[in-house]
Write a protein that binds this ligand. Structure first.
Ligand SMILES: *Cc1c(COP(=O)(O)O)cnc(C)c1O
Length: 462
């Protein structure tokens, strides 16, 4: 690969003949393997001593960014604090040393964990029951849509092929509908960021299987017409699907079931605090109203992502009924504080009150050409993870900020100061922002090249 970034990454620690292990003499008789399963030449593994290997990986691990080393305001993804007690409980041998095919009577305690979690999720959401099998939010969406399709088909109603999705929806919503073989129909948002009911009305007929919604939506706005929306969709025979990936703002305060939703999923790894990112681990339980539970999936990847379930149960029980209802208001307070303190420097396209997250449309003063991407990169220089950028798609320079409830005022103030400093730099020394980051191990990468030609081996082959 002919890329400057790649030159910088080459490291060659291997020295022929150096080894980092010692094995006892093999007392087991030698067995020759069939030649067709043997290598032609030895595997080209790096030859290193143990200390070099340990230092190499230890130093690399320090380049990772996570909630344990800095503020991580990634909107919609809900990177909240993961209490260490969760890890302690999830690493108990009685949870880690089980096998999914073990006889049921030997794992009674684990069964109690899943039953208790299902009941707690039902009481937090107003759903009748949950299946814990789906292993991610998107997996939950697909499962939920398949439940909805099975429900319509069970009634002989075969013409329902459409799923209505607001234009502010998370990308997985239309993707899951398409994977499920359903047609996606987009419904517009009004200038205030909520669903345009007239547009919705024009798209409703007896071919609608479901409408998928997030409430508060991805702009952090509570859909105040939710009761009317639910009634319109139900009146035409469709079901309401609630994307509860990020249930933070509602916990213990209001419930999708009470708003009239029929099917929903929750991301345990966002709302109930399992560390996530880079593809997992996740868990996306699906809840349904009474009458839909016969359509729960029968085939399953064993029992779902069990240790994520253990963490979620620990999280819910350690907060308890009294404290869990502070999660929503505190995350809303934190988001509102940042929004208020920064709206002089960043463009706030929607003025109405938002909940746990909100969206800026880039810098207020865009005259020097500094973009949202530049601001996100510059934040890394100050030890902050960037917010979610260029999503939702409603605004060209979207910057979606979600602080979560556990952040202290000092952390928020530091972030606010840095965001102000970046806005000043954008005006006075724009090149500093446009060429950021400057303090990270790797400077600005070519995102497109990295996605198209990922270099995945130490030898630089892709
Ligand atoms: C994260 C998220 C999803 C998808 O969840 P995954 O576990 O990443 O598949 C869906 N909807 C919303 C609103 C989300 O924030």
């Amino acid at each position: 690969m002919n890329n400057k970034l790649y030159d910088h990454l080459i490291f060659e620690l291997s020295h022929p003949g150096r080894i980092g292990y010692s094995l006892p003499h093999n007392a087991i008789p030698h067995h020759a393997l069939p030649s067709d399963v043997c290598r032609d030449k030895p595997a080209e593994l790096p030859e290193c001593d143990e200390m070099t290997v340990v230092r190499h990986y230890t130093n690399h691990s320090g380049n990772n960014f996570g909630v344990d080393n800095g503020f991580y305001p990634l909107g919609s993804c809900t990177m909240k604090y993961n209490p260490k007690i969760n890890e302690e409980i999830a690493s108990l041998p009685s949870f880690t040393h089980i096998h999914p095919l073990q006889p049921k009577q030997t794992v009674k305690g684990c069964e109690e964990v899943t039953t208790a979690l299902r009941h707690l999720l039902s009481s937090l959401t107003g759903m009748y029951d949950f299946t814990l099998k789906p292993c991610a939010g998107a997996h939950g969406e697909l499962t939920g849509l398949m439940i909805i399709r099975a429900y319509h088909e069970s009634r002989g109603d075969m013409k329902r092929v459409k799923v209505i999705v607001p234009d502010s929806a998370h990308g997985t919503n239309p993707a899951s509908a398409a994977v499920c073989g359903l047609q996606v129909v987009e419904v517009k948002s009004l200038a205030d960021g909520t669903v345009d009911i007239d547009d919705l009305r024009s798209k409703l007929d007896d071919t609608v299987a479901a409408m998928m919604m997030t409430n508060p939506n991805t702009l952090g706005l509570f859909e105040h017409n939710i009761v009317e929306i639910v009634k319109l969709v139900h009146d035409c025979g469709g079901l309401m699907y609630y994307d509860g990936a990020n249930l933070n703002p509602l916990l213990g305060i209001c419930r999708p079931g009470d708003m009239g939703f029929d099917v929903m999923h929750i991301n345990l790894h966002k709302t109930f605090s399992t560390p996530h990112g880079g593809g997992g681990p996740g868990s996306g339980p699906v809840g349904v109203r009474k009458g839909l539970e016969p359509f729960f999936p029968m085939v399953n990847p064993f029992h779902g992502n069990f240790l994520v379930e253990v963490r979620a149960l620990t999280y819910i029980l350690s907060l308890g009924k009294e404290n869990i209802k502070h999660v929503g208001p505190l995350s809303t307070l934190n988001a509102t504080y940042i929004r208020h303190q920064l709206k002089d420097a960043y463009e706030l396209p929607i003025q109405s009150l938002s909940k746990h997250e909100f969206v800026f449309n880039g810098l207020k003063d865009k005259s020097t050409g500094v973009t949202t991407l530049d601001v996100a990169k510059r934040l890394l220089d100050f030890g902050f993870h960037a917010p979610t950028i260029y999503f939702p798609l409603l605004f060209h320079e979207a910057m979606m900020i979600e602080p979560t409830e556990n952040e202290s005022k000092e952390t928020l103030d530091h972030f606010i100061d840095v965001m102000h400093q970046i806005a000043r730099e954008a005006k006075e020394t724009p090149d500093v922002v446009k060429t950021a980051p400057h303090n990270t191990p790797i400077s600005r990468v070519d995102d497109v090249l990295a996605a198209r030609h990922p270099v995945l081996t130490f030898k630089g082959e892709n």
